[in-house]
Ligand binder design. Structure first.
Ligand SMILES: [Mg+2]
Length: 170
């Protein structure tokens, strides 16, 4: 189990994950961040994301989307992806992660989380007792508060580079 700021797994992208392999390890549900994890920040759901959700549902993997966003964006995205959603997440606090796990009808130990930010996505997933998967963000052109968090991520990324062969970032 990942601890604190450190993910269990570090991958290039949500589109690169061995989902079947994780299911073989007993994981039955996945919760996704949206921005910079599934699409570029503020972009709508696209064909690639729709195809990913269709594939996962075909495999029998349950999905949920968890977003700090409180507006229509997250629910529109989830509607396009055909997935349930929990908004206003306040990551890294574990409350809404637990709500998402309940929506999946699973136990925390059966669920993994996929997101691009260490101080929100990964820390929160670890706080909630989920298996955590960190992705490399699609872009570093982000809002000022995220740019600050990316600076804080650097020591953690340095640690990850020692622990995981790939992918490299920053
Ligand atoms: Mg994100």
């Amino acid at each position: 189990m990942g601890k604190g700021l450190y993910p269990d797994l570090w991958v290039r992208s949500a589109y690169d994950i061995d989902y079947e392999g994780l299911m073989e390890r007993g994981l039955a549900g996945v919760i996704f961040d949206i921005d910079n994890t599934l699409v570029l920040p503020d972009e709508p759901c696209d064909d690639r994301a729709r195809a990913l959700f269709a594939k996962l549902h075909g495999l029998g993997l349950k999905t949920c989307i968890l977003s700090n966003n409180t507006g229509k964006r997250a629910s529109d995205f989830a509607g396009e992806a055909g997935s349930p959603v929990v908004t206003g997440a306040l990551k890294p606090f574990p409350g809404k992660y637990k709500e998402a796990v309940e929506k999946l009808g699973l136990l925390p130990s059966q669920v993994f989380f996929v997101g691009d930010q260490i101080y929100t996505d990964i820390w929160g997933a670890n706080n909630a007792g989920l298996y955590s998967v960190l992705t490399v963000p699609f872009t570093y052109k982000e809002e000022p508060q995220i740019v600050l968090k990316r600076k804080l991520e650097k020591p953690v990324i340095a640690g990850l580079k020692k622990r995981f062969k790939a992918p490299l970032q920053g």
